[in-house]
Design a protein around this ligand. Structure first.
Ligand code: ZN
Length: 313
């Protein structure tokens, strides 16, 4: 009886997990999209690094059925992954996809633009995200070919067709969507898609849970916290679809993103104040976050990056 219950819980489709290689074998997607609130769907990716099994679907791919067309959030990691998402969209609506919004300039947001571009769908991104993709797309495509093998087929580098600077308001059908760049956070041009009328924040990579957020060289972690406290949290969304991890709420992403970054900064500050060096910084105590997926991949790396950042503050 207990075992049967455990198996049922494991089959819950909306949870990303690094322990489950693929939740939707019939599709290239890691998981089938679920309707989070009326008209807003998301397919939650694995909370793991990209692999052959998850086909690079390790972030959230969302779409809004507006009544007069569909807005897709994230071009996705590849041409074929975008096509797989499109199949799911066509299964729930006859409305055409009229816009794609990329949440940042990373491969898993933008490499699948190639599919949407081939259909003539406009692709919108923040100007800094577009610039980052311009610099890193070659490497991202090589990485995709490495892990996805035949599933990289068809993927080319297709930059966004439109960019924005501060915010862009789009009304389509019954929905008004604010495309925001609230400030520096995880990577250049982080983009949030905010639907005030429904209290829904499609947050992109400013917000994580279930897995450890990655901190990149050049990321300003104090800025990330400031953007959170002064711009993101005050919008007070009821629902949050984070960049990674299943749909949730503000309290949960605050705990696993803002509070994690703040905690790591505190630990590194104490280490520096005690005269500690880089070699020791890797081992500051992050055991509080050990339950998060990708902890093994990222905890020490993040600590090193934050040490290098804070050494000069
Ligand atoms: Zn991401």
């Amino acid at each position: 009886m207990m075992r049967a219950l455990a198996l049922i819980l494991l089959a819950t489709p909306a949870l990303g997990s690094e322990d489950i290689p693929d939740q939707y074998p019939a599709s290239l997607l890691y998981a089938k999209p679920v309707e989070v609130i009326p008209h807003v769907f998301t397919a939650t990716g694995a909370t793991a690094p990209p692999t052959y099994e998850n086909a690079g679907h390790n972030n959230n791919l969302s779409f809004i059925v507006t009544g007069d067309g569909v807005i897709v959030i994230n071009g996705s990691a590849s041409f074929l992954l975008a096509r797989a998402l499109h199949e799911e969209i066509k299964a729930v609506t006859d409305q055409p996809v009229r816009l794609v919004i990329d949440e940042n300039g990373q491969g898993h947001a933008m490499l699948g633009n190639s599919y949407w571009a081939a259909l003539g769908v406009p692709v919108l991104a923040h100007e800094e995200a577009a610039a980052e993709f311009d610099e890193t797309a070659d490497q991202a495509l090589i990485a995709l070919r490495g892990y996805a093998r035949e599933n990289a087929e068809g993927t080319t580098i297709a930059p966004p067709t439109e960019t924005f600077t501060d915010t862009k308001t789009i009304t389509m059908g019954e929905v008004t969507v604010q495309v925001l760049h609230l400030g520096p956070a995880h990577s250049p041009g982080d983009t949030q898609v905010w639907i005030p009328q429904w209290g829904m924040m499609i947050a992109g990579d400013i917000a994580f849970h279930e897995r450890m957020p990655p901190i990149f060289e050049g990321t300003c972690t104090s800025c990330w916290i400031e953007t959170w406290d002064t711009a993101f949290a005050p919008l007070n969304p009821t629902y949050v679809i984070p960049g990674h991890g299943h749909p949730t709420n503000l309290a949960q992403v605050t705990r696993h993103t803002r509070d994690y970054v703040a905690d790591l900064r505190e630990k590194i500050a104490a280490h520096i104040a005690a005269g500690g060096d880089l070699a020791g910084a890797y081992y500051v105590d992050q055991s509080r976050w050990q339950h998060l997926d990708t902890f093994e991949d990222l905890a020490t790396k993040n600590a090193g990056v934050v040490f290098s950042e804070m050494e000069f503050e």
